[in-house]
Ligand binder design. Sequence first.
Ligand code: PEP
Length: 262
Amino acid sequence: MRKPIIAANWKMNKAISESVDFVKDLKDLAMDIFNVEIVICPPFISLATVAEVLKDTNLKLGAQNMYWEKSGAFTGEISPVMLRDIGCHYVIVGHSERREYFKETDEDVHRKVKSAISFNLIPIMCLGEKLQERESGNTLDVVERQVKKGLDGLTKEEIKNLIIAYEPVWAIGTGKTASPSDANEVHKFIRSILKKLYDEEISSTIRIQYGGSVNPENIDGLMKEEEVDGVLVGGASLNINSFMKIIKGSGRPGPMKGGDQV
Ligand code: PEP
């Protein structure tokens, strides 16, 4: 069984002191939870202080974005080396807000995924269709293109720890969620692409999160689906009570694979 992974994407929210207060509380509330992997992705400015609080806990640190170069004249950007240095193990790549507002292309996402892996960060590679693409029946084509371009040329060994987050764009921050069975179908489809590109082992071990207006009310239904291995949470991860309810709703009994490598 794959170990569920719950990641909090705080986006451009919470000052350093708020981030620290949150993780101090979370550290205590979640200290006995080992059947779910928990990743916190605060804004860049809070990474260093949050990393201090998360040291020697069961909580892991992720960044929300990165540039693909190691260093150099790229004003305003943050490199994978810097993220590792600060204590990140994960990095969100290709979030739909990056694709939409900052014009990131599939090729950019691929460069970031490749670079993150080469610097020992685990990418959470986001993908998903826009409303118009769904309504015109193109969901699977879009998802297939994003998976193939994102992973272009990467080996089985390179992608073995990668996380995919299926996030239909129309569900992000809107209060609308894909039904659990619709999410499951897309996840199953992603596994079929992974099987064609790699093999059965990769297809059955890669963890695929769902993201898009996840909250304490819909977490149970989503996690009941076989192919849903956790969630990427925006809005509902900003409040400690709702985030804890999501974490508690995400556990699965029994031995689980994944998440022990970092
Ligand atoms: C996200 O930012 O990845 C996200 C899913 O946001 P929300 O949960 O607010 O829809």
